[in-house]
Design a protein around this ligand. Structure first.
Ligand code: ADP
Length: 191
């Protein structure tokens, strides 16, 4: 199963991706985690993207596309993956479409996690207090949500057109959201 999660920051993408990964035995590919790991180990990529993440801006498409192309070639992704954080822009989505086409694969389902900005901001400020992520400052949070609406939200239409979009109510508890995802995955499995 090749699964993609779309949703604003604070919609619970990471939480749900981890649960899908554990339940179905497919790797979670979380670009934010990959970038933070690169920053922590001071790789050339990490040094380049550190200030971008701190400002809450988007890493250039070319860098992200190369990173994902390499990651999808890893053997653990051969039987499926759950992508969390990529694509975030139309050029990234187009690149993913052609990458998958090249290797004869397609997205099984794209979940759009739906939740209001108010709830997202509340959850992100809570995470900022608990985890002290450098990009969870109020300014960076505002930038990220604006960028989500401008650059990433149009992808919902992109995948609706492809017939793979499944909207999910993401304002409930993690268990409630996961139950909705599992119910949808069962439908996909019998299709
Ligand atoms: P959040 O979803 O809360 O913003 P992430 O951990 O998914 O957190 O991403 C953190 C940061 O990493 C983003 O603000 C952005 O700077 C960068 N990033 C992650 N994925 C992408 C992507 N696909 N394209 C551009 N930048 C990205």
């Amino acid at each position: 199963m090749n699964i993609l999660l779309l949703g604003p920051q604070g919609s619970g993408k990471g939480t749900q991706a981890k649960r899908i990964s554990a339940e179905y035995g497919i790797p979670q590919i979380a670009t934010g985690d990959m970038l933070r790991a690169a920053i922590a180990s001071r790789t050339p990529l990490g040094l380049q993207v550190k200030p971008v993440l701190e400002r809450g801006e988007l890493v250039p498409d070319g860098l992200m596309i190369d990173l994902i192309r390499e990651r999808l070639e890893e053997p653990d992704a051969a039987d499926g993956f759950v992508l969390d954080g990529f694509p975030r822009t139309t050029p990234q989505a187009d690149a993913l479409d052609s990458m998958l086409r090249e290797i004869g694969r397609e997205l099984t389902v794209v979940f759009a996690l739906q939740v209001s900005d108010e709830i997202c901001i509340e959850r992100l400020l809570k995470r900022a207090r608990e985890e002290r992520r450098p990009d969870d400052t109020p300014e960076a949070i505002r930038t990220r949500l604006e960028l989500y609406h401008r650059e990433t939200e149009p992808l919902i239409e992109h995948y609706r057109t492809q017939g793979v979009l499944v909207p999910v109510h993401a304002d409930g508890s993690p268990n409630e959201v996961f139950a909705e995802i599992q119910a949808a995955l069962e439908q996909v499995a019998v299709r």
